[in-house]
Design a protein around this ligand. Structure first.
Ligand code: EPZ
Length: 432
């Protein structure tokens, strides 16, 4: 096993390119199960989660071919297998996104039920309710969900849950509905940019999805979908993480392949905290979705306290909460963070406190009393974004921070330390 070692205290300066979005790449890769012919996906990041999904697709009779420039070619060769096995699903909860396309194309899906994870219990009840609304029969057997429905029928599908809609649930229903008979209206759909990216990909492949980005998505079933070339949107969470790394170190960084058009809530709070952020003009956009310009983040390292509540898009992303917790632990004054998507996603708090932060977590709330400095020590990463928050804290802390259970970071950030080194950070990997 490897650990990340950081010598803190160096401001980040320079340019860094934002990679393609993990959470757009995964459902779009799964959507290729619905297609005939070969798809070429561009901007697919080199991540453990992408490799895991490739393995699952390979099990399901799909050829995947990776190119060094970030392209991934996907071709369905054999449609007989319908099982996503436990051994692969258990390593990545997002594997559930093969459920919708397998059912929609092959008429049957057997997918291991994902277990809990360190950010909360993460049930799939709304996914199952959704596919049942399309006429599928759902059984649970030996830890697997078995869904059958030779010809699904379009219907009104309501996806609201206790914490709002569901991102992968919306993706699953959209993918199950594209080849169904008639019209499906997904009510209380997730509006996240990654869900929009999936819809745009499917439309390019021949689907008929409208009201993309709305709370009520309309899917009119078509007979067939075909392989296409498609470029994934930039990763807004990676961009936001880099912005916070720049801010906490008092740096000056320029983000290329900018994702700021999806980050209004994050940029608003960073500006309130005293960070200077210049986003590209809207008319610089050529892609229609992301703005292709650059985003400039400048900070003098003096961070003001702010209150944050995580919410579904376009609210503050829960995937940025841990990084903000690290930033605000060094703010002037007291900040309150309320987690409204995954109420128990606070495993990073105890580790940040080990570095000298003063954070009290009570249920879904963290009260952060800013301290003037953090100090490096050995900490444990508990999940992907918790790892990111510890790296961000380590970049600003005095002395040496060692982060154990590093594998979490490689699930969602491609070669993060190389890119931070280019910005002037002192960060490296060592064997544990
Ligand atoms: C996606 O997970 C992301 N993963 C997560 O990113 C992200 O944190 C989350 O959306 C919220 O934005 C991918 O896209 C691969 P949800 P997802 O279903 O779809 C509850 C990261 O770090 N719920 O929108 O699984 C659920 O428990 C990851 O990159 C039900 O109650 O999240 C949560 O409280 C982690 N029943 C809320 O809804 C259900 O059937 C939102 O979860 C489904 C969800």
């Amino acid at each position: 096993m490897e650990k990340m070692v950081i010598e803190g205290g160096y401001p980040l300066n320079g340019r860094v390119r934002v990679n393609g979005a993990k959470n757009a790449a995964l459902p779009i890769m799964a959507a290729c199960l619905l297609l005939k012919g070969t798809s070429t996906l561009k901007g697919i990041p080199e991540l453990t989660d992408v490799k895991t999904l490739c393995k699952i697709l390979n099990e399901l009779g799909v050829d995947t071919k990776r190119f060094p420039d970030g392209q991934l070619q996907i071709t369905v060769k054999d449609e007989r297998n319908i099982t996503a096995p436990y051994d692969l699903v258990r390593t990545m909860r997002a594997s559930i996104c093969v459920l919708g396309p397998l059912l929609g194309k092959r008429g049957m899906a057997k997918v291991s039920i994902p277990g809990g994870c360190s950010i909360g219990s993460r049930p799939i009840d709304i996914h199952l309710k959704g596919i049942k609304s399309l006429g599928a029969k759902v059984d649970m057997e030996d830890g697997y969900v078995i869904a059958t429905g030779k010809k699904l029928k379009g219907s009104d599908v309501y996806l609201g849950g206790p914490y709002g809609s569901t991102v992968l649930g919306t993706c699953n229903i959209m993918m199950a509905a594209v080849l169904a008979e008639g019209r499906t209206i997904i009510e209380n759909a997730a509006c996240e940019p990654e869900v929009q990216d999936l819809a745009n990909f499917l439309n390019k492949a021949g689907a008929n999805i409208s009201a993309i980005g709305d709370n009520n998505i309309i899917v009119d079933g078509v007979d067939e979908l075909y392989g296409v070339e498609y470029e994934i949107i930039p990763d807004r969470i990676e961009a936001g993480t880099l912005m916070i790394a720049g801010a906490i170190t008092g740096g000056n960084i320029i983000l290329e392949n900018d994702a700021s058009c999806y980050l209004a809530s994050v940029i608003d709070k960073l500006r309130e905290a005293g960070v200077d952020i210049k986003v590209p003009d809207a008319d610089q956009s050529t892609s229609g979705l992301a703005r292709d310009g650059e985003c400039i983040v400048k900070s003098d390292g003096n961070i003001k306290s702010v209150n944050i509540t995580t919410l579904p898009y376009p609210g503050m992303p829960t995937d940025m909460q841990a990084q903000f917790t690290a930033l605000l632990s060094m703010a002037n004054g007291t900040s309150v963070i309320t987690e409204r998507v995954f109420p128990h996603r606070f495993m990073h708090v105890a580790e940040l406190n080990r570095m000298g932060a003063n954070i009290r977590n009570d249920d879904a709330i963290a009260i952060i009393k800013g301290v003037s400095s953090l100090s490096g020590t050995t900490v444990m990463a508990s999940d992907l974004r918790a790892s990111a928050s510890l790296i961000v804290a380590g970049l600003a802390a005095k002395g040496i921070t060692e982060i154990r259970r590093l594998y979490h970071i490689d699930r969602g950030y491609e070669r993060l330390e190389d890119r931070l080194i280019n910005l002037g950070a002192k960060i490296w990997r060592e064997k544990e």
